[in-house]
Design a binder for this molecule. Structure first.
Ligand code: C2E
Ligand code: MN
Ligand code: MN
Length: 403
């Protein structure tokens, strides 16, 4: 299928921009063999390239481009399909913004393409080109942080006495995973993740129990999470627990139960955050809304979990605003490589800043992801990069610091 891919990148400072001509010449030959067409724009620092061709060829070429050390920060902006090529001349044409004015470049790109200008003005590919030429948008986040300048160092399990293995006489166990603020070297809170008595996943645990009692059990098990927090002595730290919204709606006296258990274990309601996922909230919103009010009246915090993975997205926030939003791992994984992901996260950051909702990015596994997100204004993170969940305790934490 005819595929169009656009990426932008930054010419490596060790690669002289004069070498660009050689690069283009080489690309032209290679692309001709693969029947790939397109154009390249260069502004002295950044490259924008449009590639058109058969899907397999484009994907193969893009992998090679990403590994090419002559440029860095290769970010995919668009991948789309279409009935015909915009640039039919097989090879690769360079438009150099150091030589020609933006207006002249824009005109020659249009002339070089086969699209009528009235069609081009509606075309996403041309919009990307136009934005690059006129630099209307600063496409990249001011990337003050670059992953190669950072490394991680280990802090041994920061919480008191360790509980070895399983806790007896419980129907389930909990693993704790810290949410951290790396620039402050601070633990923001601990999330309690349910485990079966064999250490199995939440999914397995919920499959193993009586399906008519899911909500009741979900609610009741939270008492073990609070007990664990008490045993470990989490002090003033916050503890986050996950709940199905229906566990708050269907179980009579659910909020009272939580408040009672929180206090029984020497915690304050203000220390506790309930996490619910976006999808589950939407399906029974009205009922759930009154449970939220009750939670808030008691001082308990509410977080939307896996934000961006469901179908409600930002429109959910017109209905109500939680204290905290956790951005789903799906959106932040490899964010340093994806233009669409970057645009989405930037808009989430901007909305949440205006609404004073605190943000956590979940599932961080790479320094590159953290660097991009930190530069975009996110301060709190959860992920294997910093700390893995640990059964009945808090594991080692890996703090980033400059090399
Ligand atoms: P969640 O609330 O989004 O929890 C985060 C999940 O992501 C955890 O999986 C955690 O181990 C995993 N995770 C954390 N950092 C990383 C990372 O860097 N990379 C990757 N690949 N994964 C990471 P877990 O423990 O299997 O939990 C899965 C889900 O089960 C939770 O997602 C939550 O929605 C649900 N859950 C957990 N405990 C409970 C509970 O007590 N009640 C209810 N109703 N649901 C629960
Ligand atoms: Mn969660
Ligand atoms: Mn989540």
């Amino acid at each position: 299928m005819l595929t169009t891919l656009i990426y932008r990148s930054q010419l490596n400072s060790s690669c002289k921009s004069e070498q660009l001509d050689a690069l283009i010449k080489h690309a032209r030959q290679r692309n001709a063999l693969m029947n790939i067409t397109g154009i390249m724009l260069f502004n002295g620092l950044e490259i924008l390239q449009v590639l058109e061709g058969a899907e397999e060829s484009i994907v193969k070429l893009f992998h090679r481009i990403r590994d090419d050390r002559r440029h860095t920060d290769v970010v995919e902006l668009m991948r789309d399909y279409g009935p015909r090529r915009r640039f039919e001349n097989v090879g690769m044409f360079l438009f150099d913004l150091r030589i020609e004015s933006p207006k002249a470049v824009l005109e020659s790109v249009l002339r070089y393409s086969k699209l009528e200008s009235y069609l081009a003005s509606e075309d996403r590919v041309f919009k990307f080109i136009q934005s690059f030429i006129t630099q209307k948008k600063t496409a990249r986040a001011a990337s003050a942080l670059t992953a190669d300048k950072w490394t991680l160092s280990k802090e041994n399990a920061p919480f008191g006495e360790r509980i070895e293995g399983l806790i007896a006489n419980q129907s389930c166990q909990f693993a704790l995973q810290p949410i951290v603020e790396p620039t402050q070297g601070k633990i923001t809170s601990l999330e309690a993740l349910i485990r079966g008595n064999d250490g199995g996943s939440p999914e397995r645990f919920f499959q193993s129990i009586d399906q008519n009692k899911i909500y009741e059990i979900d609610l009741q098990t939270k008492a073990y999470a609070f007990a664990l927090a008490e045993k470990l002595g989490i002090g003033g730290h916050k503890i986050a627990v996950n709940l199905l919204p229906m566990s708050l709606v269907n179980v009579p006296g659910a909020v009272e139960f939580l408040v009672d258990q929180i206090k029984r274990h020497g915690l304050q309601p203000e220390q506790v955050v309930i996490e619910v996922t976006e999808n589950e909230m939407i399906s029974g919103f009205n009922q759930f809304n009154s449970a939220i009010k009750q939670l808030r009246a008691e001082g308990i915090g509410l977080a939307i979990d896996d934000f961006g993975s469901g179908y409600a997205g930002l429109s959910l926030l017109t209905r109500f605003q939680p204290d905290k939003i956790k951005i789903d791992r799906e959106i932040v994984s490899d964010i340093h490589l994806s233009g669409p992901k970057q645009a989405i996260v930037k808009s989430i950051v901007s909305c949440c800043t205006d609404m004073e909702i605190s943000l956590v990015a979940e599932g961080i596994e790479k320094l590159e992801e953290w660097c991009w997100l930190e530069s975009a204004g996110i301060r709190r993170f959860q992920g294997f990069l910093f700390a893995r969940p640990q059964l009945n305790g808090v594991g080692d934490i890996h703090w980033p610091h400059i090399i």
